[in-house]
Design a protein around this ligand. Structure first.
Ligand code: NOJ
Length: 478
């Protein structure tokens, strides 16, 4: 295909489009208590309650990237990625979480990693917080404590100060909705069971924390460092089960509850949680006889702080599901008060992975991107995560299912760009490595690079999908 035909056919990536790959500290670094690192909530929970992890493993060593990060960088370089999204372990840099005790060896590790990336012409994109809260801060209440926003701001300031001359892409918090549900049920650390209440409070403080970090950048660093800061927000796409008015409304409501929860206060113009959340949660709270809604209210100062606190939209997407209205108010295990049934298994889907929530629904990706464009005035988007995982026995070096996933999802992304006019500027494949998948342990693998957990050096071998990316990046054409 000639270059001109590829552009017209929507197969050629736009000029300046950046392609990366990602990981997170807890999932790859290992060295959980080495060189002064403090304990995180994920260290604590998998040590104390190994029965919660599908295969009983922990991330004490994981991919051991703390010792083998140069190998990671070498592979990223060979494959040709433009950027690498990794996260900093808060408790490696600040063992207690507070900014007055800095662990120099932890700082040195990230200095080395960043330098190694830059020497190899790979742009670092840093996530400040990918779920691994220092345990000491959890002991103070974690994200239920409003003070956490200040601890996070101080941590962010330190990171900008230490690394901001070299790092130009920042994600404050990874998938804050997943952090918040850790305070509503037992699906994520710290597994605090305050269902239908705790998640809203945690979310509120996460939003304020993010915005405080963003404003620190604005006031103290932006002029000299000229980087870009965002928060990484995720959603499934929610298809209505039928064309009934009730199901259509339920599907829209679900989008507001999942993505709008964090996106509306930041990117919306009305300075509040989405209207559907306000309506349904306020009503349910009243019905429960509460004095106040469990969905907190922002003060005018907080609205000002949070609104507009992002330089682009960091978006994460994997899959879609199907929803139908449930006027009786079926309490979903994840996001409460939605008044709907959510099904993963009924979703129209070409293929399924063995991971219960992972349907391969490429058009849901395009629809989500379009939803963001329509609701938030077409912001610039970088897809900070998207990827395919399966149970390890169904994954391997010849990972054609993963290639199919990326190929079809990227084709839908191109339609979002070319046909829908979405401003999508980059895409990061999740994940570089077969890493530690939280309570799934090592059972589920998402890597484009296989990791041999039986070898002490955690031997890394690129899968066929890594070569898919190598060729995509070289040709910039799907
Ligand atoms: C999103 C999370 O950010 C990441 O840590 C996780 O591995 C993937 N989803 C896959 O579940």
């Amino acid at each position: 295909m000639s270059e001109e035909t590829s552009i017209r056919a929507g197969r050629r990536l736009p000029d300046g489009f950046i392609i990366g790959t990602g990981t997170s500290a807890h999932q790859i670094e290992g060295a959980w208590n080495v060189d002064g690192k403090g304990e995180s909530i994920w260290d604590r929970i998998v040590h104390d309650r190994p029965e919660k992890v599908a295969d009983g493993t922990n991330a004490d060593v994981a991919c051991d990237s703390y010792h083998f990060y140069k190998q990671d960088v070498k592979i990223i370089k060979e494959l040709g990625f433009d950027f690498y999204r990794f996260s900093i372990s808060w408790s490696r840099v600040l063992p207690t979480g507070e900014a007055h005790i800095v662990n120099d060896l932890g700082v040195e590790y990230y200095n080395n990693l960043i330098d190694e990336l830059l020497e190899n012409n790979i742009q670092p994109m840093v996530t400040m917080y990918h779920w691994d809260l220092p345990q000491r801060l959890q002991d103070l209440g974690g994200w239920l404590n409003p003070m956490m926003a200040d601890y996070f701001r101080d941590y962010a300031r330190l990171l900008f100060d230490l690394f901001g001359k070299r790092v130009k892409w920042w994600n404050t918090i990874n998938e804050p909705a997943m952090v918040a549900v850790g305070y509503g049920n037992a699906s994520m650390a710290p597994c605090i069971n305050l269902f239908g209440y705790g998640e809203y409070l945690a979310a509120h403080h996460l939003l304020i924390a993010h915005a405080k970090a963003y404003r620190v950048y604005d006031q103290e660093f932006r002029a000299t460092q000229q980087g870009r800061v965002t928060i990484a927000l995720d959603t499934m796409y929610h298809f209505p089960k039928t064309d009934s008015k009730e199901d259509l409304e339920a599907a829209e409501r679900a989008m507001q509850f999942q993505l709008g929860w964090f996106a509306d206060p930041i990117y919306g113009s009305h300075g509040d949680y989405p209207p559907a959340m306000r309506e349904y949660i306020d009503r349910a709270s009243k019905k429960e006889g509460r004095v106040k809604s469990v969905l907190p209210t922002f003060t005018p100062e907080e609205v000002k702080l949070i609104k507009g606190s992002c330089d682009f939209f960091g978006f994460q997407h994997y899959t879609s599901c199907q929803v139908s209205d449930d006027p009786e108010g079926n309490f979903q295990p994840w996001y409460t008060h939605k008044y709907m049934n959510i099904s993963y298994s009924d979703c129209k889907s070409g293929k399924r992975s063995h991971i219960a929530w992972l349907n391969v629904v490429p058009e849901g990706f395009r629809n989500s991107l379009k939803w963001i464009k329509d609701r938030y005035g077409n912001p610039e988007v970088i897809v900070t995560e998207c990827g395919y995982g399966d149970w390890k026995e169904y994954d391997g070096l010849e990972d054609d299912d993963r290639i199919h996933y990326y190929q079809t999802y990227l084709e839908e992304m191109m339609k979002a760009i070319v046909e829908d006019g979405c401003q999508i500027r980059g895409f990061a494949a999740w994940s570089l490595l077969d890493n530690y998948e939280w309570f799934e342990g090592l059972r589920s693998t998402f890597g484009i690079v296989h990791v041999d957990y039986s070898s002490p050096e955690r031997k890394r071998t690129p899968k066929k999908s890594a070569k898919f990316f190598q060729s995509l990046i070289a040709r910039r054409t799907l």
